[in-house]
Design a protein around this ligand. Structure first.
Ligand SMILES: Nc1nc2c(c(=O)[nH]1)N[C@H]1C(S)=C(S)[C@@H](COP(=O)(O)OP(=O)(O)OC[C@H]3O[C@@H](n4cnc5c(=O)[nH]c(N)nc54)[C@H](O)[C@@H]3O)O[C@H]1N2
Ligand SMILES: Nc1nc2c(c(=O)[nH]1)N[C@H]1C(S)=C(S)[C@@H](COP(=O)(O)OP(=O)(O)OC[C@H]3O[C@@H](n4cnc5c(=O)[nH]c(N)nc54)[C@H](O)[C@@H]3O)O[C@H]1N2
Ligand code: SF4
Ligand SMILES: [Mo]
Length: 758
């Protein structure tokens, strides 16, 4: 019998509703759910590929252990016991910091994992914690914490109502938005221009988003900070600073004016690659737009000076009065309020409380930047990392100097991966613990609902039953946590407490936590309870939780979400300040001390050297970081792992379309075909990341055959941002040459392919 199940795609941040038609276990079709309250039927090609993931013969379905005879299946009991035992032994012998933990991107898309990680990190009690944050959004989190008192309180562009939308270093038409959950972004942007609004894209490449923009400016990679400073300088100079209702909440206004007054458009223009007149016009347009939203994303936060750029984007929104107003950038009011709950749990943010052993890099929110992970493993001495846990991550392909990390993982005493595949990273593990797949667990998105362009909430149950003998991410993590705690327990009382917690968590389940979070949230019956928690602290939580779960079912609960499988629209974003601020004084300091210092130390930009080539990244709608390349449906067609460069550079270097080029950087070199196009700025070369699966031991047959090389094999892990030491993976100088030096110097260009690809 044919059945239709409504679900949510969890591959990217857009949370598209999908309709899965199936007969028993056989998937007949995956389509966009037209009734989905948020995505309105939109899906991208990746959603259809969820069935390839579901059926993939390479996907692990039971725990495996690496032996001299290869990988052998083992029972869950053995896998979890052995893992906990080995981790415990390493900590006993070498100290707690000898175990490192890395959380990858899909962790954030898996509510069960999110809920179970805090207890695991507590049980491990190690300072060696890492995640994809430090190759991604760390500067946004730092700025949100410094300005608004909470690291995940991000200002979200209100793109459905704005009159002017500036996108700096983001390409939502390929990525479907990030720190801005926005399904169907193409139509939303079309609506913006239809209602007379302007879309302005600042990017070294004429991207798919730039192709539909009202205005696109090429910018030299890494120069965003200078553009932003000059825009702010012009705003002050021309008396266009107008924070409006925010004015009364702001501190540090004169500091900001003083610090920016010398950054004139003339001073930065050449290095930025935008004329002084154009910079002035950008400033004036932002100021004169009735409502404007300035948005910076991964191209900006992973390039030089990313800490300052991320802060300045928020500042620019504030001083033009666009923060917290309709059509500007606004804060969400999520039903499951991870922002408030995080703050209550002491996770509002922290910086530089302690430093890493080898390089002395600052901690951010309990994590070190991943740029030091390999060195912490390779550098002998007290505190050396000897064991490693990876959860839903592939740092060998996603973090700088993959080869170095590869060899570091090789030398560990023990490694465990909680992952679906044997990939470039997990092939080094001693044990792999595979969780249920995307269509075998319920889906709820506490993180991305808190970053959506509307207030939305949705939970969908698993389309397919959990296969017998499989475990969800949260069960695996809890299993590990409980075993680690038991191994560490000293007294009978400790053991009894652990057993009681285990029983409680098993009863509560992931869904119990969702239910509780919804009831405690602003649309639940527990809004008042939340208030009392804020006043009295966390010690009353168990009692209150119990009362809530047993109490009257008024307000939003898990059941309301189960009754609404297309999601619930809670309305457009609403002004929320000053009440929503998490800063101690409920004010916004425009220039927190760390930015003051960083800005004072900012070097005057140098104009581009004549032959310099800077490498930047590129995402494609049919690819998802490093891990969806095992779907034939997605990788088929012309290879996408190529190096895009301008005809002028191609000519100078004797490179023609399709020729192999060698890109050489500080860590190594890669060879890949050239894509010659004037859609990119001269002096810049664009290469996608996450490719290069043909390595020994990788069990991803389709991906292996798809070819490609890894961007991050070129970049040194020592190339770090000055304040946070997070990775700099955009704007990286590389040496470019033709693999076959005899190539004809006449380049043929592949025109406008970027726009046509979407
Ligand atoms: N050069 C360059 N490098 C980059 C970037 C770039 O733009 N350029 N982008 C960076 C960014 S923004 C990010 S977020 C990182 C991503 O970097 P990572 O998070 O390290 O890598 P992913 O490719 O997302 O790998 C995800 C892994 O999770 C597994 N997985 C998928 N779903 C689940 C699940 O539900 N549970 C579990 N346990 N495992 C699962 C997959 O099999 C895969 O192995 O890459 C970064 N690296
Ligand atoms: N299809 C698809 N969707 C995805 C992902 C994916 O891999 N594939 N990954 C997901 C993840 S983990 C994330 S974090 C998001 C990221 O989502 P986005 O932030 O939209 O990321 P990108 O598409 O990589 O766009 C970054 C843009 O920055 C430009 N750029 C590079 N360097 C600079 C610079 O110095 N300055 C400026 N102004 N621009 C620069 C690049 O040319 C590129 O167009 O996408 C998510 N969605
Ligand atoms: S845009 Fe594509 S990958 Fe992202 S949630 Fe929607 S269907 Fe999934
Ligand atoms: Mo990311």
């Amino acid at each position: 019998m044919k059945t239709t199940h409504y679900h949510t795609c969890n591959l990217c941040e857009a949370m598209c509703g999908i309709e899965i038609e199936h007969r028993g276990d056989e998937i007949l079709a995956i389509r966009g759910d037209k009734e989905d309250q948020f995505s309105r039927g939109h899906v991208c090609p990746k959603a259809v590929a969820l069935q390839d993931l579901h059926n993939d013969p390479d996907r692990l379905r039971h725990p495996v252990k690496r032996t001299v005879d290869g990988w052998v299946p083992i029972s869950w009991e053995q896998a979890l016991d052995e893992t906990a035992q080995r981790l415990h032994e390493v900590q006993e012998r070498h100290g707690r910091n000898a175990v490192a933990l890395y959380l990858g991107n899909p962790t954030a898309h898996n509510h069960g994992a999110l809920f179970s990680l805090l207890p695991l990190t507590k049980a491990l009690h190690t300072r060696q914690r890492y995640s994809a944050t430090s190759v991604d959004q760390l500067p946004h989190q730092l700025a949100a914490w410094q300005l608004f008192g909470n690291q995940i309180m991000f200002p979200i562009p209100d793109i459905d109502h704005t009159d002017y939308f500036m996108v700096i270093g983001g390409n939502p038409l390929a990525s479907n938005g990030s720190i801005m959950s926005v399904p169907d972004v193409k139509n939303r942007l079309k609506d913006l221009t239809k209602r007379g609004g302007k879309l302005v894209v600042i990017d070294p490449r004429r991207t798919e988003t730039a192709a539909v923009a009202s205005e696109h400016h090429f910018i030299r990679p890494g120069a965003d900070v200078y553009l932003l400073l000059a825009i702010i300088q012009v705003l002050y100079k021309e008396l266009l600073v107008a924070p409006g209702k925010l004015d009364a909440l702001l501190d540090g206004k004169s500091d900001l004016q003083k610090l920016t007054e010398n950054w004139t458009p003339e001073k930065v223009s050449e290095a930025v690659g935008i004329s002084p007149e154009a910079i002035r016009k950008l400033a004036r347009d932002i100021a004169s737009a009735p409502r404007a939203a300035i948005y910076g994303r991964v191209g900006m936060t992973t390039s030089p000076h990313s800490t300052l750029s991320a802060w300045l984007v928020y500042v620019l929104n504030i001083i033009t009065g666009n923060l917290d107003r309709e059509g500007g950038v606004m804060f969400t009011k999520p039903a499951f309020d991870v922002i408030a709950l995080g703050a209550l749990g002491g996770e509002a943010g922290s910086f530089d409380r302690y430093r890493s052993r080898v390089h002395g890099y600052p901690e951010f929110s309990g994590e070190f930047p991943v740029t030091t992970l390999a060195d912490e493993m390779l550098t002998p001495g007290q505190g050396q990392v000897k064991a490693f846990i990876s959860h839903a991550g592939n740092p060998v392909l996603s973090c700088p100097d993959g080869n170095k990390l590869d060899s570091a993982l090789e030398g560990l005493d023990f490694m465990v991966s909680i992952d679906l595949y044997i990939n470039e990273t997990t092939r080094h593990a001693n044990i792999i613990l595979p969780p249920t797949g995307q269509l075998e667990h319920g889906q709820f998105d506490p993180i991305f609902q808190a970053m959506a362009v509307r207030n939305v909430v949705k939970y969908t149950e698993a389309p397919f039953e959990k296969p017998e003998g499989s475990m969800h991410d949260w069960e695996i993590l809890q299993g590990l946590t409980s075993r680690l705690n038991r191994l560490k327990a000293k007294t009978v009382r400790d053991r009894m407490q652990i057993a009681a917690t285990d029983r409680f968590m098993h009863k509560l389940k992931d869904t119990g936590i969702i239910d509780l979070g919804l009831r405690l949230g602003p649309y639940g019956s527990g809004g008042k309870v939340m208030e009392s928690l804020k006043r009295e602290g966390l010690h009353n939580l168990p009692k209150l939780a119990w009362q809530l779960l047993r109490g009257k079912h008024k307000g939003l609960s898990l059941q309301s979400l189960k009754d609404n499988p297309h999601g619930i629209d809670l309305g457009p974003l609403q002004p929320a300040l000053p009440e929503r601020l998490f800063t101690r004084d409920q004010r916004i300091n425009l220039v927190p001390a760390l930015y003051f210092r960083a800005l004072q130390g900012l070097p005057v930009p140098k104009p581009a050297k004549p032959d310099e080539m800077l490498m930047i990244g590129r995402r494609h709608i049919r690819s998802n970081n490093s891990w969806m390349h095992n779907s034939q449906r997605l990788v088929k067609g012309k290879g996408r792992c190529n190096a895009m460069l301008h005809p002028q550079d191609a000519e100078r270097l004797g490179i023609a379309e399709g020729d192999d080029v060698i890109l050489k950087g500080e860590a190594g070199s890669i060879t890949l075909p050239a894509w010659v196009s004037d859609d990119i700025m001269p002096g810049v070369i664009s290469v996608p990341h996450g490719w290069g699966h043909d390595r020994q031991g990788v069990q991803l047959e389709v991906a292996r055959r798809a070819g490609g090389v890894s961007f991050n094999d070129v970049i040194s892990n020592n190339r770090v941002e000055a304040v946070t030491a997070m990775a700099q993976i955009n704007g990286v100088p590389v040496n470019v040459e033709a693999a076959n030096k005899k190539a004809k110097p006449k380049p043929r260009t592949r025109k406008k392919a970027a726009a046509a690809d979407v």
